[in-house]
Design a protein around this ligand. Structure first.
Ligand code: SF4
Ligand code: F3S
Length: 107
């Protein structure tokens, strides 16, 4: 099992999750983070830290978010590791909770 970053991270990227991960398994893209499922040890620490409530266990993904499991696995092999918290994206608070952000994902 692993944890998965889902749609509401897009255009927010608060990065609070990065601070608590003991195994540095977050990877960073332009406006989204993903978790490497091969590195995640299911410690659960990141899930409550996300201000956007974007992190779920892979077997508890909300309806419509199932595709993010494979997306995290794929993009984590392409994007660099992020190990330190940084400022959220501009307007992150405005984008938090907006629906249908998937098409805005930048790769
Ligand atoms: Fe890292 Fe733990 Fe979150 Fe997995 S569950 S991504 S190991 S903080
Ligand atoms: Fe994204 Fe939440 Fe982390 S918005 S960067 S999963 S703290």
């Amino acid at each position: 099992m692993a944890f998965v970053v889902t749609e509401n991270c897009i255009k927010c990227k608060f990065t609070d999750c990065v601070d608590v991960c003991p195994v540095d398994c977050f990877h960073e893209g332009p406006n989204f983070l993903v978790i490497d499922p091969d590195e995640c040890i299911d410690c659960t620490l990141c899930e409550p830290e996300c201000p956007a409530n974007a992190i779920y266990a892979e077997d508890e993904l909300p309806e419509g978010q199932e595709k993010f499991k494979d997306l995290n696995a794929d993009l984590s092999k392409q994007w660099p590791t992020i190990t330190e918290v940084k400022a959220a994206l501009n307007d992150a608070d405005d984008w938090n909770g907006k629906p249908n952000k998937f098409t805005l994902l930048e790769k």
